[in-house]
Design a protein around this ligand. Structure first.
Ligand SMILES: Nc1ncnc2c1ncn2[C@@H]1O[C@H](COP(=O)(O)OP(=O)(O)OP(=O)(O)O)[C@@H](O)[C@H]1O
Length: 377
């Protein structure tokens, strides 16, 4: 079993974002008083070993190979980059690798590493084979990014002492360790940084069957009983995202306790999710507001995400990271060079009739795609 997280500082120490699921770890030695009842934390809903990870089979298989090779060669894991929308398991995979190898894990994030000196303690404290997890690695400042290039390649840092003519560069050797980077925006990563990761793993949205298995396993961990069709219903309405499935499950569990006998049946799950205004497709209020804004204010687009964000009074990052990936995946919207555009499916999911010209355009596109597919056979 791995030793617990060795270093915690930076973003997770005081960012309100830490209140999100899975981010509520207390710091070592810290005494925390809480008036809330004892709760199974989201940390304990995380799978601990690779065999417990549900879905993402190809990613898990490749990681199993990397683990086995690292063990056989008695070397650290290669540097690994995980990318994909929030809540799909990037942090989970990093902690699973740490558990599997029984090595130390330090966690930080791009925005917390503002200066070279912020990253230094992580580098000099890293022991042989340990893992440094850097979340939101696309937000590393350029100077810090360049500072870690030699770390990733040769396990050394170049420290400049003195100034001007008297300046000298000292190469400080480091222990060989692994950097695991996570990003929701792999496109924002510079080429040189991306190339220094030997493994790139893209996490995809989960299908409903895998999510239903996650809901079932986690219901057991939360000590609540639920019917198979209720697990499927919660899974179907969780936008392919385990973090949302966990949040929905917790709400349905509370609802079952308050409004029924504590058991989660299909009708309890439906009533609970309806009360939270989560629709049949798993879209919540914010998702629907996004589509409504695009369709009703901007007449279906094309329009820039900045304009939608300003109209909704939310940040562009919230839309691009949390709302749009699932909309794109379900083809409720498309991205064009001139901005976002609602598809006929996007209209229908809101119960609206798509404009006739959209239907014609869509039929033409489908026909074009069919001819292209036939031609390429
Ligand atoms: N493959 C999986 N099997 C079972 N549960 C999972 C899996 N992936 C994620 N989870 C659950 O979803 C929660 C959120 O996952 P995690 O924090 O790893 O997402 P993330 O991709 O790191 O998100 P972010 O980009 O916001 O940091 C975990 O606490 C865990 O309970």
């Amino acid at each position: 079993m791995g030793r617990e997280v060795a270093i915690r500082q930076g973003k997770y120490a005081d960012d309100p974002d830490d209140q999100r699921e899975g981010r509520d770890e207390s710091r070592a030695g810290e005494v925390r008083f809480s008036s809330s009842p004892v709760e199974v934390s989201d940390e304990s809903l995380r799978p601990r070993r690779l065999a417990e990870v549900i879905g993402q089979r190809k990613v898990a298989e490749r990681l199993a190979i990397a683990l086995e090779a690292a063990r056989k060669r008695a070397e650290p894991l290669p540097h690994i980059l995980f990318d994909g929308p929030p809540g799909l398991g990037k942090t989970t995979f990093a902690t699973v690798l740490h558990n599997e190898l029984g090595v130390e894990l330090a966690m930080t994030s791009g925005p917390a590493l503002d200066k070279k000196m912020d990253v230094m303690p992580y580098l000099t404290n890293a022991v042989e084979g340990s893992i440094l997890f850097i979340d939101e690695i696309h937000r590393l400042p350029k100077t810090v990014e360049e500072f870690i290039y030699p770390v990733m390649e040769d396990f050394r840092v170049d420290v400049v002492l003195g100034e001007g003519m008297a300046a000298r560069t000292i190469n400080l050797p480091l222990k060989r360790f692994t950097i695991i980077g996570a990003t929701t925006r792999s496109g924002m990563l510079s080429g040189p940084l991306r190339d220094r990761f030997h493994l790139h793993e893209h996490l995809e949205f989960y299908d409903a069957a895998d999510l239903a298995r996650i809901v079932t396993v986690n219901a057991r961990k939360l000590k609540v009983t639920l019917d198979a069709d209720a697990a499927e219903e919660i899974a179907r309405r969780s936008r392919g995202t385990p973090r949302l499935a966990n949040a929905r499950l917790r709400w349905v569990r509370d609802f079952a306790l308050a409004r029924a006998n504590g058991h989660i049946s299909l009708s309890v799950a439906r009533d609970a999710l309806a009360m939270q205004e989560i629709d049949q497709e798993g879209l919540d209020r914010q998702d629907r507001r996004y589509l409504e804004t695009l369709i009703q204010v901007f007449r279906g687009g094309p329009t820039g995400v900045e304009a939608i964000a300003a109209t909704m009074n939310v940040s562009v990052d919230t839309l691009t990271d949390e709302v749009e990936p699932y909309m794109l995946r379900r083809r409720f919207i498309v991205r064009t060079p001139r901005g976002r555009r609602a598809t006929p499916e996007g209209y229908r999911v809101l119960g609206l009739t798509p404009p006739a010209d959209d239907l014609v355009v869509n039929a033409l596109l489908a026909e074009q795609r069919r001819l292209f597919d036939e031609g390429s056979d």
